[in-house]
Design a protein around this ligand. Structure first.
Ligand SMILES: [Zn+2]
Ligand SMILES: [Zn+2]
Length: 278
């Protein structure tokens, strides 16, 4: 498995690769800009060239962009909905410019309008994104813990979005271990992981799984509490992650640890590597 962290972009894009390289990453995830602000910042040609050549040098691959937190593809509010689509289009364009393979995004909240409304809204948002973006990068929808009115905590919901959104070849998903555990899929046990992967295959197709977010969960199974923990410090635990990193259907995927790595001295990916069967 290729492991990495979510790292910061400081004044220049390439600093994210330097930070990732220092932290021992094989792969990294970055934001396209400040995650609480609309708009993808402009970047100079020079910065993009520098990023591409540093990417070759550091061999960090793949690079993933995580959309800003304001995106809500199920938003009843028309202006937020439009801005969300625009934000994903600009992040996908940026992904192509810098050689990132995908943009991962939270799907959204229906704000009380109901699941059926939310799913239809998301599917048509995805279709609009790919009517505007004709490049290479994929869009990955991220599994959620299911707090509030969020969509994406059952694989049936994903299945409905995938079957009604246009451009299926450009759409995949990201499995966040903390989120699915909190949503009620027991990825901490051997049998639970098998059952989860079976459910994924039945509803969305395992071939659509393109990225893992490896986070332990402070919230219990089915608690719908979205609180990430360092690897081995939550309810999934080291035995759970040992099964995950060695699973034949998962081990070729890139995997990002999202808990800020400085807060435990960057131990998460070293720990995950130590769990891999050699
Ligand atoms: Zn996320
Ligand atoms: Zn995540």
């Amino acid at each position: 498995m290729r492991f990495g962290y979510h790292v910061r972009v400081k004044e220049k894009l390439a600093t994210a690769l330097d930070e990732g390289s220092t932290a021992g990453c094989d792969t990294i995830q970055i934001f396209p800009g400040p995650p609480q602000q609309w708009g993808t910042p402009n970047v100079s040609r020079e910065d993009i060239e520098e990023f591409r050549s540093r990417k070759e040098e550091t061999k960090i691959d793949p690079v993933t962009i995580h959309s800003i937190y304001l995106v809500n593809l199920a938003a009843p509010d028309e202006s937020i909905y439009r801005r969300s689509i625009g934000s994903l289009v600009s992040a996908l364009k940026r992904a192509d410019e810098i050689g990132a393979y995908a943009v991962v995004t939270h799907i959204g909240n229906h704000k009380g309008k109901g699941e059926v409304y939310g799913i239809e809204r998301i599917a048509s948002a995805v279709t609009s994104v790919f009517e505007k973006f004709k490049g290479e990068a994929m869009l990955l929808l991220e599994t959620t813990a299911g707090s509030g009115t969020s969509i994406g905590h059952t694989f049936e919901q994903f299945g409905s979005v995938f079957s009604s959104a246009g451009f299926p070849e450009k759409l995949g998903f990201c499995l966040d271990t903390c989120h699915v555990y909190a949503a009620g899929y027991d990825v901490s046990s051997v049998e639970g992981l098998e059952k989860t992967l079976g459910d994924i295959d039945k509803n969305m197709g395992l071939e659509r799984l393109k990225l893992l977010h490896l986070n332990d969960s402070l919230g219990g199974l089915g608690s719908r509490v979205d609180r990430h923990a360092h690897i081995g410090e939550g309810k999934i635990g080291l035995d759970g992650f040992r099964n995950i990193v060695n699973h034949p259907l998962l081990k070729e995927l890139p995997a990002i640890c999202e808990v800020p790595y400085e807060s435990n001295g960057g131990k998460d990916i070293a720990l995950l590597r130590s769990l891999e069967n050699k």
